[in-house]
Ligand binder design. Structure first.
Ligand SMILES: [Zn+2]
Ligand SMILES: [Zn+2]
Length: 166
């Protein structure tokens, strides 16, 4: 690491909201600003967001739903060069398309990243697409289900899979 990048890691910035001088790691990244960091520190941003959610619970819910839908669409487009369809059968109704972990392990990763898909979607949009395409693909709900059974050693054409429901 050279002198310059070492220095910038330890640089501080003042948060105009709480007035504290804080290390730059205490500010979230923001592509739109000059220094590529949010104006307010992470604590202030978090507090501000949670105050807003308390004040406008309905709007907050709506916003969250919209955000989740948008990030899902973004991920499907990213993984498919803007033409989302199942990698196995070509089915292309986005309502039944899912993101699949090519080598399995989706459940473990999901737990690690907060227990739902949002964590994985966030990871996907923040990772270079070449890396992501090696790990994830789009499958329709049917193909994904069948792949899950087969990954676990079940064959859909015998009765083993009925054990699931017992
Ligand atoms: Zn602050
Ligand atoms: Zn399919």
């Amino acid at each position: 690491m050279n002198q310059l990048s070492l220095k910038s890691n330890f640089q501080r910035k003042k948060c105009p909201k709480c007035g504290r001088m804080l290390p730059k790691v205490m500010f979230s990244k923001n592509k739109k600003t000059k220094d590529k960091l949010c104006c307010w520190c992470k604590d202030c941003c978090r507090k501000n967001a949670s105050d807003w959610r308390k004040k406008y619970p309905n709007k907050a819910k709506e916003k969250a739903v919209r955000w989740q839908r948008n990030i899902r669409i973004k991920v499907l487009n990213l993984l498919s060069d803007n033409n989302p369809s199942c990698s196995i059968c070509g089915f292309n109704d986005p309502r039944a398309l899912e993101v699949d972990h090519i080598r399995g392990g989706g459940n473990i990763e999901r737990k690690k990243l907060g227990g739902n898909w949002i964590g994985i979607y966030r990871k996907i949009v923040n990772t270079p697409i070449e890396d992501i395409k090696k790990e994830y693909q789009i499958l329709c709900a049917n193909c994904n289900k069948i792949k899950n059974y087969e990954d676990r050693g079940f064959n859909v054409y015998n009765n083993d899979y009925n054990d699931e429901t017992k």
